[in-house]
Ligand binder design. Sequence first.
Ligand code: AGP
Length: 608
Amino acid sequence: MCGIVGYVGSRQGAPLVLEALKRLEYRGYDSAGIATVNGKGLSVERAPGRIAVLEARLDGRYPPGTTALAHTRWATHGAPTEQNAHPHTDCAGTIALVHNGIIENAGALRKKLLERRHVFRSETDTEVVAHLIEELYDGSLADAVIAALRSIEGTYGLAVVSSREPGTLVAARMGSPILVGIGDGEHFVASDAAALLEHTRSVVYLDDGEVAVLTRDGYQILDRDTAQVEKAVRTIDWDLKTVERGGFAHFMLKEIMEQPESLRNTLRGRLLDDAGTSRQGGINLSDDELLDIDRIVLTACGTSWHAALIGEYLLEELARVACEVEYASEFRYRNPIVDEDTLVIGISQSGETADTLAAIREARQRGARTLGIVNVVGSSIAHEVDGGIYLHAGPEIGVASTKAFTSQVAALALFTLHLARLRTLSVLQGREFVQALRHLPDQVAAVLDRADEVEAVARQFADATNALYLGRGSNFPVALEGALKLKEISYIHAEGYPAAEMKHGPIALIDHQMPVVVVAPRDGTYAKIVSNVQEVKARGGRVIAVVTEGDEEITTLADHVFTIPVTLDALTPVLSVLPLQLFAYYIAVARGCDVDKPRNLAKSVTVE
Ligand code: AGP
């Protein structure tokens, strides 16, 4: 996905939108560009790569203008070059546009516009929209944009300015986030509130099909039929500090270290000690409706999919309800069997992942009840579902998800507890579970206090070329998550496997070079995983094991151990993942990788 910022006011726009754009660079960093409008015309400046490259090129010489756009790109159509960087303009150079999403019928529209002698300068789908607006312009930028959108298929969050209307900025949303920021004598648009915190905390989230027309003095929101829409103004409840690194070397390390607090926020006000249960105000399902649910489908992508796998173990083990976990990208195109007695839970940190959003829509269309476990307030998935559980983990800026994962598992545990107390769990068992959840944040802090031990081991594996991660039960998904973290930030190839699966193939990979990370807390599968460690050692593998305090057997076998405190089997994943997050982080740092902005990745994937 890309990052968009726009401004219309009385201040010089270029330095302002460029500074704000930096807070969105985690969304994509293939190229950057700005456009400004002043009484004399339109200026556009673009550069391939990071915003810093564009800044160096500008060298403080910002194009003048009090209306401005900025964009940071995650390339989908057209290579990450200057030519394909946004903003894109029309033939006459009077219209500039920035876009996040995919114009699916760009090819057909381009053909028509070429027949009408429009000249294209890029390979992007986006440029088509600038020419379409040019084609339809008849004195009103807003009308031309609305008319152009009528013939566009696909997804967009976009913003447009024109030298013919220097004091106007038009933005629109269909499937990709865009919000309006309300200032005093100035207005903003952005893909994400984080970009605007320096200027305002009052925002209006656009819904699909809505268009915003902004001037210095005001804004109006129009629906598909250009009727004016009254929208609630929301106040962002986090401040600038939360979107800054706060002295940490990387956002990823900051977010790893924030987990005691983010977990407390996820649990706050949701645990009922005496009743031994939990409450989630937003699920929009009565206890009777919950009891009618006979099947739960959890769907997500990436790290959120790993949390879903742990959710399956929790729900089946404790609430005794049948569960399936589906890759959202597969679920949406399969012919899934879901009905009104099925609850489909979509898990997403950003709430904008296109495949997960589409999977939710598919489930709704088939009559299923839907629930979202989401971190970003006001996001598309939060809009789409029947009910939801917000993580309240705070903004997650590092591309590699960390604190959202542990909060997702905690949210799934809360929901499971509620359901289980309605079905199978006694009040005493419920109280024990509540107490275990209450202890988690302090236990997480205790593990993170020993980060330097993980760093010391990680440095010894910085030259690894492959790695194998093994786990059993609900710690198998933790092994998958550990492998994903290592892959995405250090570029070392790594695979996660159920430990017992190793004998059916991966064991062939093991030699004295191969680091084998074994997630082995003292739970019901402990005895089995001890044998798996012995099998690895028998082939000369180097074992790094995550074990429970007081462990002896695996500690004797393994080359390195990271210990975690005792908790309920079902909750061990919240603790066992922490050393794996740190392990991947310190290896990536030792390899000099750009931890917060790994190559080819974006924080959330708003395109298919
Ligand atoms: C995880 O570190 C990655 N950033 C990625 O796999 C991510 O989990 C996935 O894209 C899903 O994102 P979401 O939770 O925002 O939907």
